[in-house]
Unconditional design. Sequence first.
Length: 362
Amino acid sequence: MNVMVFSASIGHGHNQVAEALAQEAKRQGHTVQLIDGLDFVSPFLSKVLLESYLKMLRYTPSVYGKLYQWTEEPMLYDFTSVINKLLCRKFKRLLTQHRPDAILCTHSFPAGLLSALKLRLNAPVRLVAAVTDFTVHYTWVNPAIDTYVLASHKLVPLIRQLGVPEAALAPLGIPIRPQFATPPSKSEARLALGLSHRPTVLLMGGGLGMGTPSEMVRLLDSSLADCQIIVLAGTNEALLRELKAARFVNPVMVLGFVENVEVYMAAADVLVTKPGGVTCAEALAMAVPLVFVSPIPGQEWRNSTFLVENLAAIHFDESTLAPKLADLIYDEVRLSCMSRMARELARPHAARDIVELLQQGR
C-alpha cells in the first residue's frame, strides 16, 4: 500500500502525529510520503503563517480564540476559494507520480485543501482526516473526506451534529509514538532519571515551552513540601537558562527538548501542562493525572473541557495552582481515580489501528 501523510507546520503536535503514522505504516511494510501541506501550497506562506501563529499564541491568545470561533461559521470558511490551476496541477502530478492508495491528513488545512482538489479533479483516492484534538472543529468537515478518525467514541455525537454520517467515523484515537504503549514502570523511570521516590511533579509547556513561566516553577517550589519537580522547557532557550541559574528548595530537574518524554511521564505522579491534543493523548496512554493551566481559547480549552468532564484531568487557575496542587499531590485516592479514567480514554495503539483501517479500504 502506498500512503501519503499531509501535515502542517503549525504547532508541533500535527507533525508528531504525521510522523507516528508514517513510522507505523513503514513498520507494516508500506510506502510512505510525508508532506507539509503549507509547503505544498507555498514555502513563503508556510513561513509567514508559522511566525504569525506563534506570535498570536504568545502575545494575543484571545485573538486566536476569536479566529477559532469565526472559522466555525460554514459560510466563512471555504477552501474552494484558494484552489487555482497551479495547485490542481501540483496535486495531479503528486497523484500521478506516487499513485497513493490513501492520503492521511493530520491538520484541518490540508484536509480541506485536498478535499477541494479531490472534488475539482474527480480524483479516485481515499482521503482520511486524523483529528488531533479531543474536539472537532468545523474546518475538519469537508465533502470529499471518506473517513474521520476521532480521539474518542465520545466525540461521535459532536461530529454527527456537523452532518457527517456515522459510517464515515472511526474513533480510534490520536496517533502517538509507539514507546508510549510500552512505558517503563514508575520505579524504573525514576531509577533511569536518577530521581528519588518522593512525590513528583512534571511541568511541560509543549515543544515550544510556552506554557511554563519561571514564576510558576518558583511558586510551586516554595509551596510544595518534600517533592521533586521536573521541568521540560522544550525549545524555549531563555526559560531553560533562567531556570538552570535559579536556586530551589526542592530538587528541580530542568531540561530542554527531550525525545524520551515517556520516561519523564512515567516518573511523574502528576503532569502540569497546556492541553494540546497530542500531549494529552500521550499522557492518557501513560495514565498520568493531568492538571491544566491557562489553556489557549480554542482547541486547548475544548481539550481541557473534554478531559475534565471525563475525570482524567483538573483545570486549575494559575493564581490558585500552588495550594491546590499541594493538596492534590498527596491525595492518593483522587490521583488513582484520575489515572484509572485516563486508562479508559487512552488509545496507545491508534497509529497501528489506523494503518490497519486503511488496509481494509476504509
